[in-house]
Each structure stands twice: as C-alpha cells, then as structure tokens.
Design a protein around this ligand. Structure first.
Ligand code: ATP
Ligand code: MG
Ligand code: FE
Length: 337
C-alpha cells in the first residue's frame, strides 16, 4: 500500500509518502512568517499553506521516488487545528483523490501524534500509555490498539507547550519559545526558583496558574532589579522547565501505577524537550517501564505520523467520502475500529 499524507493543521505544511507503514519521505515546510508576531497568525498560516502545499507534495513524491499514479490513497489531517489551515490540506487531498480516483482517509491529528511512537523500532506493545504534550494539547492517552484510544486525562486550561511559549514571551524570547527555554535550561539550576504545582483531580492537568505565578514573580523581581531576567535567564528557564516536567510526570506516574501499564510513551512537540526526555528515561529505569520517544522528526507536526495512522485506517477500511469537512475541535471517536 502506497499513500500520500498531508498535514496542515497549524503552521507546518507537511507531506509524506508511506509504503506499507514505512515512511519513504517526510517533508516539513516551517512558516517563518509568524515569528515577528509572537504567535501563529491563522490567516497568514492559511496563505502560507496555499503557497507551500504543491511544492512540498511534489518534493515528497520525488524524494520517495513515487509517481502520483502509484498512489493508492490520500490521507489528510481532518482535525483538530486552525480551520483555515485544515481547509487547505483537506481541499488539496480531496482534489487529488478525485483526480486519481483513489480513496480518501481523514486522520485525527492527536491520535497520529500518539502513533508516532509506533513508526520506528523499538515499538511499544499494546496497551500503552502516551503523554501527548504539544502546542495546543496535553493528554494522557490509553492506547489499546492502532485505532482504539482513550483519553484518560487532559489539561483543563493551557497546554504544556503553551506554558513553555507563554513563559518565553514573558522572558522576551521569540516564538516559539519552547526550544529556547530547553536550550537555556541546560546551563541553569533547576532548583534555584520555586513555582507552585497545581492540585487537579485524577489525571487532569492545569497550567494557567503557573503562567500567572511566573508573571508575578518576574514583575516583582524586575521591580527590584531591572536586569533580573538578563542575569538569571538560565536559572529561570531551568526552574520553570523543571516545574512543568514535575507536573507532567506526576500524573503520568499515577496513571502507570493505577493501570499497571509499563509501556510508556511521550509524543507531541514538547516531547522534543531534553529535560522531559531525560526525566522519562530516569523514571522508566526506576519503575521498570519500557519508555518510548518518537524520532525527532515525528515529535512536532509532520505528515509522516498522519500517513502512518492512515495506513492502519486503510487496513481497517476506515475511509471517508468527499463530503468530509475539517473541524477545528475534532471528534475523538472518528474512524475507530
Ligand atoms: P497540537 O498538536 O496540540 O495541535 P501543535 O501541533 O502546534 O499543537 P506541536 O507542533 O506538536 O504542537 O508542538 C509545538 C509546541 O512544542 C510548541 O509549544 C513548542 O514551543 C513546543 N516545543 C518544541 N520543542 C520544544 C522543546 N525542545 N522544549 C519545549 N517545548 C518545545
Ligand atoms: Mg506547530
Ligand atoms: Fe501537533
């Protein structure tokens, strides 16, 4: 089975070619345009997708050495995401599916993030737990099979990626700030400053209180010493990162203990964080887990993971018809086996 996958849910235009569950090419065009605005501007993202999509698809096919007429299905991210961005990918995928007279597969972006763990060796065995930490979501997912997943906990307000990005903004760092905090944190003392850990029931998360605490902390310190941030940037970054990681791991550990599951994965953009990756491996060692982290290219938004999920939908016959429309919020139950 050879299929083409399109991902356009946010600000990455990505195309991938997948053959029998193996990723032959995974091309990602980042949109630099948003940097100057300190966040993704939806209208600009849609326009950039329109400019990028044809060249990105062409290049992915070329890199994979696959002709359009060899394709057996077209997959695209149906939800969740920015509606204008999703529309570009969905419209392109529909048009190509009609032109080539091949089936269309609608993929749930957050489920694809989870399955990114199964693309390469070593692969987790079912059932596994996945902490999905991205720009818009923070979820603990119980994954029972490729097309059978359940959200057992999630954030009630901000996502972990947002906590990184909003902290970075307060520190005067450019968007997206997550990777920069990660970098500064490596030279800082994670125990220098202390921030509150929220009390949320079950496996749910909350990050909005942390953002407020950091805002007040920086305001207070900067009032005393105007160059406080400048002088302490690595320690601030390390301490904030440590707090976010502690919050994330506490619930993941609880979920693993309660379910008895020892196959534990992380996914999404924040799973690229060096501190989180290290901590996951330490906890795994301590608790006898098998821990998994996707290859870097499959952590942030990419069509490779969309195509991998689509391959399993193909095998299950989970196709969609041309009336399908993208959805900003998404339907977790769609295309379940
Ligand atoms: P969603 O998947 O929820 O729709 P998204 O697709 O925009 O959101 P991703 O592209 O998966 O999210 O991840 C982007 C987020 O990951 C941003 O918030 C970014 O700051 C964060 N991020 C990326 N690398 C790192 C890192 N090394 N450390 C911390 N955060 C990071
Ligand atoms: Mg993104
Ligand atoms: Fe994503």
């Amino acid at each position: 089975i050879t299929l083409l996958a399109i991902e356009s849910s946010c600000d990455e235009t990505s195309a991938a070619v997948i053959r029998d569950g193996k990723v032959l090419a995974n091309l990602i065009a980042n949109q630099k345009i948003h940097e100057q605005y300190g966040g993704v501007v939806p209208e600009l993202a849609s326009r950039a997708h329109m400019q990028n999509i044809v060249p990105v698809v062409d290049l992915a096919l070329k890199q994979a050495g696959v002709e359009k007429n060899e394709l057996q299905a077209i997959a695209f991210t149906q939800s969740p995401g920015l509606i204008g961005s999703l529309l570009v990918g969905a419209s392109f995928a529909k048009a190509l599916a009609v032109a080539l007279n091949i089936p269309l597969i609608a993929v749930h972006h957050m489920k694809a993030h989870v399955l990114a763990n199964c693309i390469d060796e070593p692969r987790p065995s079912f059932p596994f737990l996945c902490l999905t930490v991205s720009g818009g979501h923070t979820q603990i997912v119980l994954c029972k099979d490729y097309l059978d997943m359940e959200i057992i906990g999630q954030t009630i307000d901000d996502a972990a990626g947002e906590a990184f990005d909003k902290t970075a903004k307060l520190l005067g760092l450019p968007y997206p700030g997550g990777p920069l905090i990660d970098r500064y944190a490596q030279q800082g003392n994670p125990h220098r400053f202390h921030f509150p850990r929220p009390q949320v029931p079950g496996y749910d998360y909350s990050f909005s209180g942390l953002k407020t605490a950091i805002l007040y902390f920086l305001r207070e310190q900067s009032a005393e010493d105007a160059s406080f941030i400048e002088k302490n940037l690595p320690d601030i970054c390390a301490s904030v990162q440590q707090t976010i990681i502690d919050i994330l791991m506490q619930k993941l550990i609880k979920a693993a203990e309660d379910t008895g599951i020892r196959e534990v994965c992380i996914a999404g953009g924040v799973s690229a964080n060096k501190g989180l990756r290290k901590r996951l491996l330490e906890e795994a060692e301590k608790r006898g887990w098998h821990a998994y982290i996707p290859d870097f290219q499959y952590c942030t938004d990419n069509a490779g993971m969309i195509g991998f999920m689509a391959y399993h939908q193909y095998l299950a016959g989970a196709f969609t018809d041309l009336r399908v429309t993208p959805s900003a919020r998404g339907d977790w139950k769609m295309a379940e086996s």
